[in-house]
Design a binder for this molecule. Structure first.
Ligand code: ZN
Length: 182
């Protein structure tokens, strides 16, 4: 029995794991590559994108007075959005009430847009506060809004922590932008 288990494990590692890169979501693979290879810059990537005023390039769906919403460039699912305050703050308690309320209103709107555009079965809403809590960019507060469908968690998600994205970023961007403005 033990021998069988070892044989299976050997087969799994040599045959399945060896082929993972070919079925990775390419954006996710790029993210992982960048995370390993690039020196960490002190500049906030979100503030830099906001200042550039090239919203389509950065998949910024909509700007508000105190916050904005954009597509996660490295999504776990298509339609994976990030909602952030315009101000560079890292904690919920750093927000004034106006900023906090607008942020939460956008979360609510994002859920509604996902429901009417992609008929989602559920939505994960989450905030990782601090790197100890899993935030990869803890300096600028962001709320993750992740659409879910029944059966979307395949073995690749569970074992490989990756997924296959079936919709193009630009198509999802246009559809959600339309939903946010109608
Ligand atoms: Zn920032």
């Amino acid at each position: 029995m033990q021998k069988k288990a070892i044989l299976f494990l050997t087969f799994f590692i040599t045959n399945i794991c060896a082929h993972w890169p070919s079925i990775y979501n390419p954006d996710r693979a790029l993210y992982m590559e960048n995370a390993h290879n690039k020196p960490q810059s002190n500049a906030c990537v979100f503030c830099t994108q906001l200042a550039e005023n090239t919203d389509k390039k950065h998949f910024i769906i909509k700007r508000y007075d105190h916050a904005y919403v954009f597509l996660n460039r490295f999504p776990y699912q298509y339609g994976h959005m990030l909602i952030m305050p315009l101000r560079h703050v890292s904690n919920l308690e750093d927000l004034n009430m106006e900023e906090y309320q607008q942020l939460m209103n956008i979360v609510r709107q994002a859920i509604s847009c996902l429901k009417k555009t992609y008929n989602v079965d559920g939505v994960n809403v989450g905030i990782n506060l601090g790197s100890a809590a899993g935030a990869s960019k803890p300096d600028h507060l962001h709320i993750q809004v992740l659409p879910r469908w029944y059966g979307d968690t395949g073995w690749l998600h569970t074992i490989g922590q990756t997924g296959v994205i079936t919709h193009s970023m630009s198509d999802v961007y246009e559809k959600l932008k339309h939903a946010f403005n109608h």
